[in-house]
Design a protein around this ligand. Structure first.
Ligand code: HEM
Length: 154
């Protein structure tokens, strides 16, 4: 059950970040300032969902890994610390600053500079989550094969 909650929370976090990146790209490449502002507002609201899901994925991950040591687990621990720092120190402040700038209609060089940084930090965040997902699935492959064998034997 804990593994399902862990993997589920991680999956929701990945979907949210992919949605933020897609909405940002579409609004900034094809839509007007009003649409960009709506997306900035939606991302800020979405962060209120993303942060708890990341906390659940990380907290349950550290709990599942308690007392266990392997190269994959160490990598997942290290990545999770980077994910938390990137989220709280880079992505969250940028989302707030971009929203504030968009509300006052200042779509200037600084706005697009910060926007570029947010997109790069978002892609980096998504990549770390995907790597943790992949390693998690690899770690449980043995269990899944054993369960399938038992089912086949019945
Ligand atoms: C937020 C990023 C993370 C994502 C997206 C993620 C994703 C996953 C996934 C998909 C699984 C496989 C579940 C299954 O096959 O049923 C898994 C398993 C696992 N994850 Fe994570 N994980 C994350 C963070 C962490 C962290 C920080 C740790 C701590 C080191 C961790 C430790 C584990 C462990 C120990 C398992 C194996 C559980 C078992 O043997 O049943 N994960 N994870």
């Amino acid at each position: 059950m804990r593994t399902i909650i862990h993997a589920g929370a991680g999956t929701v976090a990945m979907i949210l970040i992919a949605a933020f990146l897609t909405a940002t790209a579409i609004s900034e490449l094809f839509l007007d300032d009003a649409a960009i502002l709506s997306v900035k507002k939606a991302i800020l609201t979405g962060l209120c969902l993303l942060i708890p899901f990341l906390a659940i994925a990380g907290g349950s991950g550290f709990s599942l890994a308690r007392g266990r040591h392997s190269p994959s687990i160490e990598k997942k621990r290290r990545r999770m610390k980077i994910i938390a720092a990137n989220g709280l120190l880079i992505l969250l402040p940028l989302a707030i600053l971009l929203y504030l700038r968009a509300t006052s209609g200042r779509f200037d060089g600084l706005f697009y500079g910060m926007q570029m940084l947010e997109v790069l930090a978002g892609i980096f965040q998504l990549s770390l989550l995907v790597l943790n997902f992949r390693d998690g699935r690899r770690m449980t492959r043995g269990k899944r094969l054993a369960a399938a064998k038992t089912l086949n034997a019945i």
